[in-house]
Design a protein. Structure first.
Length: 317
């Protein structure tokens, strides 16, 4: 097998992925989106529930987001007025016919609105969700600031983007950190949730402080980063990288801090997180995915991450 045979991006992993920020979708709104290599329609019903359906009407193939209209809990096709229930995808009304064909339905995708993001469940075998997106108190509690939103797209497979979290050496060479901090890994929920903790010495307005960089990853692409160790100060980032297809990823970030540092150190920390994106972009958009990389003895975290990711892929047929 040649090296080029080992460089194809893997399939799209299973899990929850954000397709929009919650504020982008008011009741009655319809959005055209693409995720998981699929054309989809996202809308919010009049009761406030976000819904995602496969985009094309099974009648004659019109795109439901291009002129489609929300009616109660359903969406109406712009071509001939067929209405599809947002929860089931089943056709519930044809305005000029009282008999609805049994095959008149489109795929409904499991959807949840949580942590200021709208998530969709993807599974290659269309199995139902096996875990839930946890609520993050840092994004809702009164002593934390309103989260800021960031969104950017990269020409990279979602796993390669997520791999940064367990690649401490890259912080030294890509982001110019002075050294590589030691990292400890623990697991939760039968190994699905990965926690990584690193000790980092920082110069802060409160003096030199040994902080902990705490990273939690719930699935490929869904992660948080928290800087802890300064008494009474909280610094937080919550992110979800969503595969548009096998070679393109949209990443959505929420960043905030406790209100007592929002105009000082909190602002500086948030900007430092954001400023690293251009450095990563140059690497991500000019790399290939190596399915069987050559690891050295010191690449233990990267090797462990690759082992951990395997649980999120369905077996190949």
């Amino acid at each position: 097998m040649s090296f080029s045979d080992e460089c194809f991006a893997p399939e799209i992993p299973n899990g929850w992925f954000a397709v929009a920020f919650s504020r982008e979708l008011r009741p009655g709104m319809v959005k055209r989106i693409r995720a998981f290599g699929e054309d989809l329609v996202l809308f919010r019903t009049h009761s406030g529930a976000p819904r995602v359906l496969s985009a094309y009407c099974p009648h004659l193939g019109a795109h439901l987001a291009e002129g489609g209209r929300v009616l109660g809990e359903s969406i109406r096709c712009p071509f001939h007025g067929w209405q599809y229930d947002g929860e089931s995808g089943r056709c519930v009304e044809i305005p000029y016919c009282d008999q609805i064909p049994p095959r008149a339905r489109t795929r409904a995708w499991e959807t949840v609105d949580r942590n200021h993001m709208i998530f969709v469940w993807h599974h290659a075998e269309q199995k139902p969700p096996s875990w839930e997106v946890p609520e993050m108190p840092q994004l809702h509690e009164a002593d934390w600031t309103e989260p800021r939103e960031w969104e950017f797209e990269m020409d990279v497979h979602v796993q390669d983007m997520a791999e940064n979290n367990l690649d401490p050496v890259h912080f030294e060479f890509v982001h110019k950190m002075l050294d590589t901090p030691p990292t400890e890994i623990t697991y939760e929920d039968d190994g699905r949730v990965l926690h990584a903790s690193s000790d980092v010495d920082r110069e802060t307005p409160y003096g030199a402080v040994q902080t902990k960089l705490l990273r939690t990853t719930w699935g490929i692409g869904l992660a948080s980063v928290e800087s802890a160790g300064i008494p009474g100060v909280g610094l937080y980032m919550y992110s979800c990288a969503t595969p548009t297809d096998r070679n393109h990823t949209v990443s959505r970030w929420l960043t905030n801090s406790t209100r007592n540092v929002q105009e000082g150190y909190g602002e500086e920390w948030i900007e430092s997180i954001k400023s690293g994106i251009p450095d990563d972009r140059r690497i991500w958009e000019n790399k290939i995915h190596v399915a069987n990389p050559v690891f050295c003895k010191a690449d233990t975290l990267l090797a462990e991450f690759r082992r951990w990711t395997k649980q999120f892929y369905s077996p190949k047929a």
